[in-house]
Design a protein around this ligand. Sequence first.
Ligand SMILES: [Zn+2]
Length: 125
Amino acid sequence: MSSACYPIECPRCGCPSAMKDTDVWRYAITMCFQCGFFESWELENPLGAFGYRSSGKRAERVDERLYTVKDVESAPSRLLNLIEIGVADPQSMYLTCWNVETNQVEFIVGDSSRLPYRPAEEVEL
Ligand SMILES: [Zn+2]
């Protein structure tokens, strides 16, 4: 298998840490954890994104894209529920929505420091 994953600038919101994932034989996708932008052959662009790091011994990241208004509207209560049942670390949560009028990403929960891939200038070396 020949594949590569590397950061690029998001074509929609300009976040410098969107990810391009390519496999020369099968697919090429671009995804942004800040605004939820997703580009591939099959999927439409989502309205937003959310994610968190799970609590406990196996601290894994969960990141989802939100495709419908209902997905976006239900996301805050889903996040609250994940805190209540102790599944998610509240300090790691973010929820974004793409504003089509201002053409900008809006953080509903958290900020860019909670993204799985932070903008390049914020990454501590
Ligand atoms: Zn973006």
